[in-house]
Ligand binder design. Structure first.
Ligand SMILES: NC(=O)c1ccc[n+]([C@@H]2O[C@H](COP(=O)([O-])OP(=O)(O)OC[C@H]3O[C@@H](n4cnc5c(N)ncnc54)[C@H](O)[C@@H]3O)[C@@H](O)[C@H]2O)c1
Length: 320
Protein backbone atom coordinates (compact mmCIF):
# COMPACT_ATOMS: atom_id res chain seq x y z
CA UNK A 1 0.00 0.00 0.00
CA UNK A 2 1.20 3.49 -0.80
CA UNK A 3 0.98 5.37 2.45
CA UNK A 4 1.23 9.13 2.80
CA UNK A 5 4.19 10.08 4.93
CA UNK A 6 4.39 12.84 7.54
CA UNK A 7 7.56 14.33 8.95
CA UNK A 8 6.91 15.37 12.55
CA UNK A 9 9.65 17.61 13.91
CA UNK A 10 9.75 17.57 17.71
CA UNK A 11 8.13 14.13 17.59
CA UNK A 12 9.89 13.00 20.76
CA UNK A 13 8.24 15.81 22.71
CA UNK A 14 4.89 15.95 24.47
CA UNK A 15 2.59 17.04 21.64
CA UNK A 16 4.71 15.55 18.84
CA UNK A 17 4.73 12.06 20.36
CA UNK A 18 0.94 12.12 20.80
CA UNK A 19 0.67 13.37 17.21
CA UNK A 20 2.94 10.61 15.88
CA UNK A 21 0.99 7.94 17.73
CA UNK A 22 -2.38 9.25 16.49
CA UNK A 23 -1.37 9.60 12.83
CA UNK A 24 0.28 6.16 12.83
CA UNK A 25 -3.08 4.77 13.97
CA UNK A 26 -4.78 6.67 11.13
CA UNK A 27 -2.53 4.80 8.65
CA UNK A 28 0.18 7.35 7.86
CA UNK A 29 3.87 6.55 7.73
CA UNK A 30 5.80 8.74 10.18
CA UNK A 31 9.30 10.23 10.20
CA UNK A 32 10.41 11.98 13.35
CA UNK A 33 13.19 14.55 13.60
CA UNK A 34 14.21 15.50 17.13
CA UNK A 35 17.40 16.39 18.98
CA UNK A 36 16.09 15.40 22.42
CA UNK A 37 16.75 18.86 23.85
CA UNK A 38 13.46 18.71 25.76
CA UNK A 39 12.04 15.55 24.21
CA UNK A 40 12.63 12.09 25.54
CA UNK A 41 13.06 8.67 23.98
CA UNK A 42 10.57 7.25 26.49
CA UNK A 43 7.84 9.41 24.88
CA UNK A 44 8.11 7.27 21.73
CA UNK A 45 8.84 3.97 23.45
CA UNK A 46 5.61 2.33 22.23
CA UNK A 47 5.93 3.50 18.61
CA UNK A 48 9.68 3.57 18.03
CA UNK A 49 9.66 0.39 15.95
CA UNK A 50 6.95 1.75 13.66
CA UNK A 51 8.42 5.17 12.87
CA UNK A 52 11.65 6.29 11.19
CA UNK A 53 13.65 8.33 13.65
CA UNK A 54 16.20 11.00 12.72
CA UNK A 55 18.24 12.45 15.56
CA UNK A 56 19.49 15.96 14.88
CA UNK A 57 18.87 19.67 14.84
CA UNK A 58 16.26 21.37 12.64
CA UNK A 59 18.86 24.07 11.87
CA UNK A 60 21.06 21.48 10.14
CA UNK A 61 20.02 21.31 6.46
CA UNK A 62 21.60 17.90 5.85
CA UNK A 63 19.66 16.06 8.57
CA UNK A 64 16.50 17.97 7.59
CA UNK A 65 17.00 16.83 4.01
CA UNK A 66 17.30 13.16 5.03
CA UNK A 67 14.32 13.37 7.38
CA UNK A 68 12.03 15.00 4.79
CA UNK A 69 12.92 12.67 1.92
CA UNK A 70 9.80 10.98 0.54
CA UNK A 71 7.42 12.91 2.82
CA UNK A 72 4.06 14.35 1.72
CA UNK A 73 3.37 16.49 4.77
CA UNK A 74 5.33 18.26 7.51
CA UNK A 75 4.08 18.97 11.03
CA UNK A 76 6.67 21.35 12.44
CA UNK A 77 6.57 21.19 16.22
CA UNK A 78 10.26 21.28 17.16
CA UNK A 79 10.96 24.46 19.08
CA UNK A 80 12.22 25.99 22.27
CA UNK A 81 8.95 26.60 24.03
CA UNK A 82 9.22 28.21 27.43
CA UNK A 83 7.99 31.79 27.83
CA UNK A 84 9.98 32.49 31.05
CA UNK A 85 13.19 30.81 29.77
CA UNK A 86 13.07 32.79 26.53
CA UNK A 87 13.88 36.04 28.37
CA UNK A 88 17.30 34.58 29.24
CA UNK A 89 18.03 33.37 25.71
CA UNK A 90 16.32 35.57 23.11
CA UNK A 91 18.91 34.84 20.40
CA UNK A 92 18.72 31.09 20.98
CA UNK A 93 14.91 31.21 20.68
CA UNK A 94 15.11 33.22 17.48
CA UNK A 95 17.68 30.81 16.05
CA UNK A 96 15.85 27.55 16.69
CA UNK A 97 12.30 28.79 16.25
CA UNK A 98 12.81 31.07 13.24
CA UNK A 99 15.99 29.96 11.42
CA UNK A 100 15.02 26.33 12.06
CA UNK A 101 11.63 26.98 10.48
CA UNK A 102 13.26 28.59 7.43
CA UNK A 103 15.56 25.58 6.96
CA UNK A 104 12.48 23.35 6.99
CA UNK A 105 10.50 25.60 4.63
CA UNK A 106 13.38 25.60 2.11
CA UNK A 107 13.53 21.83 2.19
CA UNK A 108 9.71 21.61 1.99
CA UNK A 109 9.80 23.60 -1.26
CA UNK A 110 12.37 21.24 -2.77
CA UNK A 111 10.28 18.23 -1.76
CA UNK A 112 6.99 19.72 -3.00
CA UNK A 113 5.44 19.16 0.41
CA UNK A 114 1.62 19.21 0.14
CA UNK A 115 1.00 20.73 3.55
CA UNK A 116 3.37 22.33 6.01
CA UNK A 117 1.75 22.90 9.39
CA UNK A 118 3.53 25.12 11.92
CA UNK A 119 2.90 24.77 15.64
CA UNK A 120 2.43 28.40 16.61
CA UNK A 121 1.14 29.76 19.87
CA UNK A 122 -1.63 31.83 21.44
CA UNK A 123 1.16 33.85 23.05
CA UNK A 124 1.49 35.88 19.82
CA UNK A 125 -1.65 37.80 20.91
CA UNK A 126 0.10 39.11 24.04
CA UNK A 127 -2.07 40.97 26.50
CA UNK A 128 -4.90 41.52 24.06
CA UNK A 129 -7.95 42.30 26.15
CA UNK A 130 -10.80 41.67 23.76
CA UNK A 131 -11.85 38.08 24.13
CA UNK A 132 -12.32 35.76 22.36
CA UNK A 133 -9.03 36.20 20.50
CA UNK A 134 -9.45 36.40 16.75
CA UNK A 135 -6.77 35.76 14.15
CA UNK A 136 -7.46 39.16 12.60
CA UNK A 137 -6.32 40.99 15.77
CA UNK A 138 -3.00 42.76 15.57
CA UNK A 139 -0.47 40.48 17.29
CA UNK A 140 1.30 41.97 20.31
CA UNK A 141 3.84 39.41 21.53
CA UNK A 142 5.39 40.23 24.92
CA UNK A 143 8.15 37.59 25.18
CA UNK A 144 11.04 36.48 22.96
CA UNK A 145 9.28 33.11 22.62
CA UNK A 146 6.08 34.73 21.33
CA UNK A 147 8.02 36.96 18.93
CA UNK A 148 9.84 33.93 17.52
CA UNK A 149 6.54 32.12 16.93
CA UNK A 150 5.07 35.14 15.18
CA UNK A 151 8.14 35.45 12.96
CA UNK A 152 7.89 31.77 12.05
CA UNK A 153 4.24 32.32 11.08
CA UNK A 154 5.16 35.25 8.87
CA UNK A 155 7.75 33.09 7.09
CA UNK A 156 5.17 30.36 6.53
CA UNK A 157 2.78 32.85 5.00
CA UNK A 158 5.53 34.30 2.82
CA UNK A 159 6.41 30.86 1.44
CA UNK A 160 2.77 30.38 0.51
CA UNK A 161 2.34 33.81 -1.06
CA UNK A 162 5.57 33.83 -3.04
CA UNK A 163 6.23 30.17 -3.76
CA UNK A 164 2.82 28.52 -3.38
CA UNK A 165 4.01 26.21 -0.60
CA UNK A 166 0.79 25.14 1.21
CA UNK A 167 1.58 26.31 4.72
CA UNK A 168 -0.80 26.67 7.66
CA UNK A 169 0.01 28.03 11.12
CA UNK A 170 -1.96 26.73 14.06
CA UNK A 171 -1.91 28.83 17.21
CA UNK A 172 -2.13 26.25 19.96
CA UNK A 173 -3.75 27.38 23.21
CA UNK A 174 -2.34 25.84 26.45
CA UNK A 175 -2.16 22.26 25.36
CA UNK A 176 -2.28 19.55 28.02
CA UNK A 177 -2.40 15.77 28.15
CA UNK A 178 -0.38 12.60 28.67
CA UNK A 179 3.43 12.92 28.56
CA UNK A 180 3.55 16.66 29.12
CA UNK A 181 6.88 17.22 30.81
CA UNK A 182 7.59 18.72 34.18
CA UNK A 183 10.60 20.91 34.65
CA UNK A 184 11.82 22.04 38.04
CA UNK A 185 11.62 25.75 37.75
CA UNK A 186 9.37 26.40 34.77
CA UNK A 187 6.85 23.60 34.98
CA UNK A 188 3.64 24.06 33.06
CA UNK A 189 0.52 24.34 35.11
CA UNK A 190 -1.47 21.12 34.70
CA UNK A 191 1.28 18.51 35.26
CA UNK A 192 2.74 20.72 38.00
CA UNK A 193 -0.58 20.84 39.86
CA UNK A 194 -1.15 17.10 39.45
CA UNK A 195 2.34 16.52 40.86
CA UNK A 196 1.75 18.87 43.81
CA UNK A 197 -1.62 17.39 44.75
CA UNK A 198 -0.24 13.89 44.38
CA UNK A 199 2.52 14.80 46.87
CA UNK A 200 -0.02 16.52 49.18
CA UNK A 201 1.66 19.85 48.51
CA UNK A 202 0.02 23.19 47.71
CA UNK A 203 -0.05 23.88 43.97
CA UNK A 204 1.88 27.13 43.28
CA UNK A 205 -0.10 29.88 41.54
CA UNK A 206 1.68 32.88 40.03
CA UNK A 207 -0.64 35.81 40.69
CA UNK A 208 -4.15 35.68 42.16
CA UNK A 209 -5.34 32.62 40.23
CA UNK A 210 -7.98 34.61 38.40
CA UNK A 211 -5.97 34.40 35.20
CA UNK A 212 -7.67 32.08 32.75
CA UNK A 213 -6.71 29.89 29.84
CA UNK A 214 -8.35 28.13 26.94
CA UNK A 215 -6.88 24.79 28.05
CA UNK A 216 -6.82 22.48 25.05
CA UNK A 217 -6.59 18.73 25.37
CA UNK A 218 -3.92 17.33 23.05
CA UNK A 219 -6.45 15.22 21.09
CA UNK A 220 -8.15 18.44 20.01
CA UNK A 221 -4.86 19.74 18.60
CA UNK A 222 -4.46 16.46 16.71
CA UNK A 223 -8.00 16.91 15.34
CA UNK A 224 -7.07 20.43 14.18
CA UNK A 225 -4.07 19.04 12.28
CA UNK A 226 -6.20 16.40 10.63
CA UNK A 227 -8.81 18.96 9.55
CA UNK A 228 -6.18 21.29 8.14
CA UNK A 229 -4.56 18.45 6.20
CA UNK A 230 -7.79 17.82 4.33
CA UNK A 231 -8.59 21.45 3.47
CA UNK A 232 -7.07 23.34 0.54
CA UNK A 233 -8.90 26.47 1.60
CA UNK A 234 -6.70 26.54 4.70
CA UNK A 235 -3.48 27.19 2.78
CA UNK A 236 -1.62 30.38 3.70
CA UNK A 237 -3.80 30.89 6.77
CA UNK A 238 -3.34 31.20 10.50
CA UNK A 239 -5.87 29.53 12.79
CA UNK A 240 -6.42 29.24 16.50
CA UNK A 241 -6.33 25.62 17.59
CA UNK A 242 -8.35 25.50 20.79
CA UNK A 243 -11.77 24.80 22.25
CA UNK A 244 -13.09 28.35 22.60
CA UNK A 245 -13.65 28.23 26.37
CA UNK A 246 -11.64 29.37 29.35
CA UNK A 247 -11.02 28.19 32.88
CA UNK A 248 -9.33 30.13 35.66
CA UNK A 249 -6.30 28.70 37.40
CA UNK A 250 -8.27 28.72 40.68
CA UNK A 251 -11.00 26.62 39.05
CA UNK A 252 -8.36 24.28 37.71
CA UNK A 253 -7.07 23.62 41.25
CA UNK A 254 -10.63 22.85 42.38
CA UNK A 255 -11.29 20.46 39.49
CA UNK A 256 -8.01 18.64 40.00
CA UNK A 257 -8.59 18.32 43.75
CA UNK A 258 -11.91 16.67 42.95
CA UNK A 259 -10.45 14.27 40.39
CA UNK A 260 -7.53 13.28 42.65
CA UNK A 261 -9.84 13.20 45.67
CA UNK A 262 -7.90 15.78 47.68
CA UNK A 263 -8.72 19.12 49.21
CA UNK A 264 -5.47 21.09 49.13
CA UNK A 265 -5.35 24.87 48.98
CA UNK A 266 -3.01 26.54 46.48
CA UNK A 267 -0.17 28.89 47.48
CA UNK A 268 -0.02 32.27 45.76
CA UNK A 269 3.29 33.64 44.39
CA UNK A 270 4.26 36.79 42.48
CA UNK A 271 3.04 36.95 38.87
CA UNK A 272 5.68 36.11 36.24
CA UNK A 273 6.79 38.49 33.49
CA UNK A 274 5.53 37.56 30.05
CA UNK A 275 2.50 35.66 31.34
CA UNK A 276 -0.68 37.03 29.82
CA UNK A 277 -3.81 37.39 31.96
CA UNK A 278 -6.43 35.64 29.88
CA UNK A 279 -6.61 33.57 26.75
CA UNK A 280 -9.71 32.38 25.01
CA UNK A 281 -9.80 31.54 21.34
CA UNK A 282 -12.38 32.24 18.74
CA UNK A 283 -12.51 29.05 16.66
CA UNK A 284 -14.75 30.54 14.00
CA UNK A 285 -12.02 30.74 11.35
CA UNK A 286 -10.77 27.18 11.59
CA UNK A 287 -14.39 26.03 11.55
CA UNK A 288 -15.07 28.16 8.49
CA UNK A 289 -12.15 26.83 6.46
CA UNK A 290 -11.98 23.22 7.72
CA UNK A 291 -14.27 20.61 9.28
CA UNK A 292 -12.62 21.04 12.71
CA UNK A 293 -14.65 20.25 15.81
CA UNK A 294 -13.16 19.90 19.29
CA UNK A 295 -13.44 16.18 20.08
CA UNK A 296 -12.94 16.17 23.84
CA UNK A 297 -14.29 18.55 26.49
CA UNK A 298 -11.96 20.15 29.04
CA UNK A 299 -13.36 17.95 31.82
CA UNK A 300 -12.96 14.75 29.80
CA UNK A 301 -9.42 15.73 28.84
CA UNK A 302 -8.53 16.55 32.44
CA UNK A 303 -9.87 13.20 33.61
CA UNK A 304 -7.86 11.33 30.95
CA UNK A 305 -4.74 13.33 31.83
CA UNK A 306 -5.04 12.70 35.57
CA UNK A 307 -5.64 8.98 34.99
CA UNK A 308 -2.60 8.81 32.74
CA UNK A 309 -0.25 10.64 35.13
CA UNK A 310 -1.34 8.60 38.12
CA UNK A 311 -0.51 5.46 36.10
CA UNK A 312 2.83 6.87 34.91
CA UNK A 313 4.28 8.34 38.08
CA UNK A 314 7.78 8.49 36.56
CA UNK A 315 6.47 11.46 34.54
CA UNK A 316 5.60 13.27 37.78
CA UNK A 317 9.27 13.57 38.69
CA UNK A 318 10.61 16.96 37.62
CA UNK A 319 13.55 17.30 35.28
CA UNK A 320 15.76 20.36 35.45
N1 LIG B 1 2.42 22.84 25.12
C1 LIG B 1 1.70 23.92 24.79
O1 LIG B 1 0.78 24.31 25.49
C2 LIG B 1 1.99 24.68 23.53
C3 LIG B 1 1.25 25.85 23.26
C4 LIG B 1 1.51 26.56 22.12
C5 LIG B 1 2.46 26.09 21.23
N2 LIG B 1 3.16 24.97 21.49
C6 LIG B 1 4.17 24.53 20.52
O2 LIG B 1 3.99 23.16 20.24
C7 LIG B 1 5.25 22.57 19.93
C8 LIG B 1 5.46 21.32 20.78
O3 LIG B 1 5.49 21.69 22.14
P1 LIG B 1 5.51 20.64 23.35
O4 LIG B 1 4.69 21.21 24.43
O5 LIG B 1 5.22 19.28 22.86
O6 LIG B 1 7.03 20.78 23.84
P2 LIG B 1 8.19 19.73 23.92
O7 LIG B 1 9.36 20.46 24.49
O8 LIG B 1 7.75 18.50 24.62
O9 LIG B 1 8.48 19.38 22.40
C9 LIG B 1 9.38 20.06 21.60
C10 LIG B 1 10.27 19.01 20.93
O10 LIG B 1 11.12 19.67 19.99
C11 LIG B 1 12.43 19.13 20.14
N3 LIG B 1 13.39 20.14 19.71
C12 LIG B 1 13.63 21.35 20.29
N4 LIG B 1 14.58 22.01 19.61
C13 LIG B 1 14.94 21.22 18.57
C14 LIG B 1 15.87 21.36 17.51
N5 LIG B 1 16.64 22.44 17.42
N6 LIG B 1 15.99 20.35 16.62
C15 LIG B 1 15.23 19.24 16.72
N7 LIG B 1 14.31 19.06 17.71
C16 LIG B 1 14.18 20.03 18.62
C17 LIG B 1 12.55 18.80 21.61
O11 LIG B 1 13.57 17.85 21.88
C18 LIG B 1 11.17 18.26 21.91
O12 LIG B 1 11.07 16.87 21.68
C19 LIG B 1 6.29 23.65 20.14
O13 LIG B 1 6.57 24.25 18.90
C20 LIG B 1 5.59 24.64 21.04
O14 LIG B 1 6.10 25.95 20.89
C21 LIG B 1 2.97 24.24 22.63
Amino acid sequence: MDMSKILITGGAGFIGSNMAEAFLKKGYAINILDNFSTGNIKNIETIKNNVSFFEGDICDPSIVSSAMKGCDFVFHLAALRSVPKSFGDPTGYEKINVIGTIVLLEEALKNKIKKFVLASSSSVYGDNVSLPLKEEYYPDPISPYAISKLNAEVYCRMYFKNFGLPTVSLRYFNVFGPRQSLENKYAVVIPKFIQSLNLNESPPIYGDGKQSRDFTFVENVIAAHESVLKSNKANGKVFNAACGNRTTVNELVQKLNKLIKKDIKPKYLDPRPGDVLHTQASIEQIQKYTDFKPQTTFEQGLQKTVNWFLKHQDYLIARS
